[in-house]
Each structure stands twice: as C-alpha cells, then as structure tokens.
Design a protein around this ligand. Structure first.
Ligand SMILES: Cc1ncc(C[n+]2csc(CCOP(=O)(O)OP(=O)(O)O)c2C)c(N)n1
Ligand SMILES: [Mg+2]
Length: 321
C-alpha cells in the first residue's frame, strides 16, 4: 500500500506539470485522496467485485491494477474514457457525470443477485454527488432490495467552489444511511488502514447478504478541483493550511517506519522506483499517435443510425485530401 501511495502521489504531481507543459489538456488532481483510494482498493477482490469510480480516482484505479498508461489516455484527449478494458479490470471507465455511479453500481449488484453470484459493487461518490437525485435513488433501491453495494462517499469538503456546509444541512453524510435502512460509518480518510478496515467490513457484510453500507471518508481536497480551477477565488491559503489536516502519504510513511515495516533506505528506493515509473508513463503519453477520427462512430451503436451514417459520410467527405 505504501508503494501505491507514493506512486499515486508522484504521478499526480507530475500530471499537473504535464498539463502546464501542454502534454495533457486537463486533469483533476487526486492529491489528498490517496489513502482513501488505496485503502478501499485493498478491500476489493477484482476477481468478483466491480468498482465504479469517478474522475478523481487515479490512486484507486492504480491500486486495482489498471494500467496507468491506458487510464491516462483519457486525460490525453481520448474520448472513450481511457483505453483499458473495464470488463477485464472490473473497473468502469472514468465517470464525469456526477451522481451516476450510484445507479450503475446498484444495477450491477442487482445483476449479481439475479445471477446468484457473490460480487460486491463499490460505488464512488463525492460529497457534492450526494446532492444528486441519482444518489438518493441508488441508496433507496439498494436499501429496499438489500443489495451488495458499498457506497464510498469521499467527503473532501468541496464540490468545485461549493463547501460541504452548503450541500449537507444535517452535518453528516454517514448519518443519512439510517433513512435508507443500512449502516453508515464515518472514517478518517487520511488513514489508509482505517479505510481498508471499514471497506473490508462493508464488503464482507454485503457478500454475506447483509446489504449495503455507506462509508463517509473524511478528507480534504488539497489541490484545485481541476487544472482549469483557481481555488484562490473561493478559499485562501490560510484556509487550506487550517483545514487540510495531515498529508496521508507522509502519515503512512511515518507509520510504516515507526513499526519497522520499512527502513529509511526503502523510503528512498520506493521514491526512486516511483520516479522511474512516472518517467515511463510520460514517455508513453508523449509518443502516443493521435486517435483516428473514425472512432467517433464506433462503439456507440452496434449498427449506426441513419443520422450517424450521414454524419460519418460528411466527416469522410471533409477529411478527404
Ligand atoms: C450531473 C453533473 N452535474 C454537474 C457536473 C459539473 N461538476 C463536475 S465536478 C462537480 C463537483 C463534484 O463534487 P464532488 O461530488 O464533491 O466531487 P469532487 O470533485 O470533490 O471529488 C460538478 C458540479 C457534472 N460533471 N455532472
Ligand atoms: Mg467533493
């Protein structure tokens, strides 16, 4: 888990630089989300469970075994959510439609019930995403049908420029679970071991037929919403220092060092290995050929509609030299 935390952080920091250098058109940093995501991934069995992540879940995808070169094709302008195979990975493509993961995960979990399988769906939602009707519908049906779903709500205190106090009147997202008839727990999302324990318990309960759990992972969005955002317009550096809490990667480094899990020399080795790995990804991204425009018309329908056939013909006409 420590290696994953370090790799995720190293890649995240570089991706912001790559955006400034024009290598990628945009990126929503996951800095500060690493412990929540690596801890959750450690509780998931990708042989039978299925994960429905949002757009800020780089560390989660990494720790679930998704090839970051394929994943980042999305941020390089690839329209189809990255070029990894979601069916093989048991991880859906990057999802930017806020709140949609809930219904997707619940539908998949219902499929598991119908097929007599024991897989558990992990639905990743943000604090802002809990304001969406989709999230209510998903939690309601999951509760009524006692489906094997773990709702992991990452409360990073912000939805772009809107603080959580303007989204959640009751003061707690975890407490909402009571209304849906399943347990809700709040966890310190900067503590990778605490998150792993909470998600492990919830997955086991779901697998045993105990139904859903809502886990509210409390963290802080340490970076901007995305590379296009200027947080200085809605929060100050003093706010960030006051509210940010302890950096989850530094915290876990201290923990594994104090417990003698790794030596000081291992810290340097893990850092160096992560830097080499990040450089391989940069070389890959900077040498990718552009995607073919004809891909706009593939993978949408098995048979193209009249409309799309016309559009394809027009596109072919316009690209003829
Ligand atoms: C349905 C929908 N509405 C609005 C948006 C625009 N939007 C993108 S991210 C975002 C904020 C989401 O905040 P939160 O769920 O807390 O996730 P975070 O970005 O903090 O990880 C919004 C409103 C969207 N992508 N989808
Ligand atoms: Mg948020």
């Amino acid at each position: 888990m420590y290696r994953f935390l370090v790799r995720a952080r190293a890649l995240d920091v570089e991706l912001v630089r790559w955006h400034r250098q024009g290598i990628i058109p945009g990126f929503p940093p996951s800095i500060g989300h690493e412990a929540t995501q690596v801890g959750a991934a450690a509780a998931i069995d990708t042989g039978r469970d299925f994960v429905f992540p949002m757009y800020r879940e780089l560390a989660l995808a990494l720790a679930l075994g998704v090839d970051m070169r394929a994943y980042l094709a999305n941020h390089n302008g690839d329209w189809n959510g990255g070029s990894f195979d979601p069916v093989a990975a048991h991880v859906t493509p990057i999802q930017a439609v806020v709140g949609s993961n809930g219904p997707h995960a619940v539908g998949w979990a219902l499929g598991q019930r119908i097929d007599g399988r024991d897989g558990v769906a992990l639905a990743c939602i943000g604090d802002g995403g809990t304001s969406q009707g989709d999230t209510h519908e998903a939690m309601n049906f999951a509760g009524v049908w006692r489906l094997p779903v773990v709702f992991l709500v990452t409360n990073n205190q912000w939805a772009i420029s809107v603080p959580v106090s303007q989204q959640v009147a009751g003061g707690s997202i975890a407490a909402r679970a009571a209304g849906y008839g399943f347990p809700g727990v709040a966890v310190d999302g900067n503590d990778v071991l605490a998150v792993r324990a909470a998600v492990t318990d919830a997955v086991q309960r779901a697998r045993d037929g105990g139904g859903p759990t809502l886990i509210e992972s409390k963290i802080y969005r340490r970076g901007p919403h995305a590379t296009s955002d200027d947080p200085g317009r809605y929060r100050t550096l003093d706010d960030e220092r006051r509210d940010g809490g302890e950096d989850p990667v530094i915290r876990y480094r201290r923990s594994v060092r104090e417990r003698g899990v790794i030596e000081e020399s291992d810290v340097a080795e893990v850092d160096a290995e992560a830097a080499r790995w990040v450089e391989e990804i940069r070389l890959h991204l900077t040498t990718l050929p552009p995607r073919g425009g004809e891909e706009l018309f593939t993978d949408v329908y098995e048979e193209l509609t009249e409309d799309l056939l016309e559009q394809r013909a027009a596109w072919e006409e316009s690209t003829r030299a």
